[in-house]
Design a protein around this ligand. Structure first.
Ligand SMILES: Cc1ncc(COP(=O)(O)O)c(C=O)c1O
Length: 388
């Protein structure tokens, strides 16, 4: 990545939304658009075998990042699809086995919309869903979960690292509780995999969603980890067809994207601790400079149990909707998202107990692999001036 080109185009501080593709990833993907264009399902010729081999390698790279076996990784179109699949694939499986048995799912009020909305759709299908409150840091507490468990609870789904506030949920502890009650634990690890140590097998996770474009891979490809032993997790397919991905997710595989996902995962795994330290330093540098420049600025989320690369701040009295146009070319995101043209107040920030005024004065700033201190200093200066 040519950081100079990036700087000329502005200062990108929205790495939680998406990341640029790492040049090494792009390089690895390129031949799979051109000379190695085969369909991995074409078992009868060279082109097919080359593609199949590439997918096998990428599956091992992705599995290794999260401490799983290759056979436990199913490629999907992204974390949104993986999250939806867990919910609807499980409902379908449970109903097939016991059509009259009630089903109860547990989640929280600060999940990504792909869980929130899929859970709401599950409710319409007759599934009982509890959206548990979180503490003021955005963490779901073990006792709150314990109290919500019912005899017919089949699934708990909790975000590992919150995409808006960066707070880390105690997933290994939740996994132990889930195991004690023989309930599947799914975690949306889209902002965790590649950023913090994740070991699905050792940490007792049953199902895990994650995505390539948050870790310097391409968009439109993700994965679902499905535990194969102790317990062997069973889901029905979300997509039926030619039987790819062990019949669980049909459709011709997006080979170049999968190859890119594999390389992106490998780079993250190799550099995890160095990158964690670098990003944490950048984030702390930014937070110190922000506090010096803007009196009254507040941090949202957990002060220490947070993703290395994320800050979510409130600038009391300054509506971000008004500030954003003055930020020139700084890429940050607000506590309110513009969905279908209308401003939507963040359910995550209100979930922490923040009032709507403060939510509307909040910004998410996320740094990444190519962020520099110099960029952060300029960004703080521009932000400070925008408040005048
Ligand atoms: C926590 C979380 N879950 C799910 C998603 C959706 O991922 P994808 O864009 O791969 O569908 C995102 C991305 O915005 C996310 O941050």
């Amino acid at each position: 990545m040519d950081t100079k080109v990036q700087q000329d185009k502005g200062i990108y501080l929205d790495y939680n939304a998406t990341t640029p593709v790492d040049p090494k990833v792009f390089q690895a993907m390129e031949p799979y658009f051109k000379e190695f264009f085969g369909n991995p399902a074409s078992a009868g010729h060279h082109w097919g075998w080359l593609a199949e081999n590439a997918v096998t390698k990428a599956r091992a790279q992705v599995a290794s990042l999260i401490g799983a076996k290759s056979s436990e990784i199913i490629f999907t179109g992204g974390a949104t699809e993986s999250n939806n699949w867990v919910i609807f694939g499980l409902i379908s499986k449970l109903r097939e086995e016991n059509p009259n048995e009630p089903i109860h799912f547990i989640t929280s009020t600060v999940e990504h919309s792909s869980i929130m909305k899929a859970m709401a759709a599950a409710q319409k299908m007759g599934v009982e869903v509890d959206f548990l409150p979180v503490n003021s840091f955005g963490q779901v507490e073990i006792e709150t979960i314990r109290k919500a468990i019912k005899p017919h609870t089949k699934l708990m789904s909790f975000i590992w690292v919150n995409n808006e506030i960066g707070t880390i949920n105690p997933i290994p502890e939740i996994a132990r509780l889930a195991k004690d009650h023989k309930i599947y634990l799914h975690t949306d690890a889209t902002q965790a995999a590649g950023k913090i140590p994740v070991n699905a097998t050792e940490m007792g996770i049953d199902l895990m969603s994650f995505s390539a474009h948050k870790i310097y891979g391409p968009k439109g490809v993700g994965a679902l980890f499905i535990r194969s032993k102790d317990p062997k997790v069973q889901l029905n397919p979300l997509i039926y067809g030619g039987g790819q991905e062990r019949g669980l997710r049909s459709g011709t595989l997006n080979v170049p994207a999968i190859v890119g996902f594999g390389v992106a995962a490998e780079i993250c795994e190799q550099n995890l601790s160095a990158e964690f330290a670098k990003l944490t330093n950048l984030r702390e540098f930014l937070w110190t400079k922000l506090q010096d420049a803007i009196p009254g600025v507040r941090l949202n989320g957990h002060p220490t149990e947070r993703a290395p690369n994320n800050l979510n701040i409130t600038l009391p009295g300054f509506k971000t909707e008004q500030i954003l146009p003055r930020l020139q070319k700084i890429g940050v995101s607000t506590g309110s998202a513009c969905g279908t043209g209308a401003m939507v107040v963040s359910h995550v920030l209100t979930g922490l107990g923040m009032n709507v005024d403060d939510v509307q004065c909040s910004l998410r700033i996320s740094v990444g692999r190519w962020t520099t201190e110099e960029e952060l200093l300029r960004a703080v200066e521009i932000l400070k001036n925008s408040l005048r």
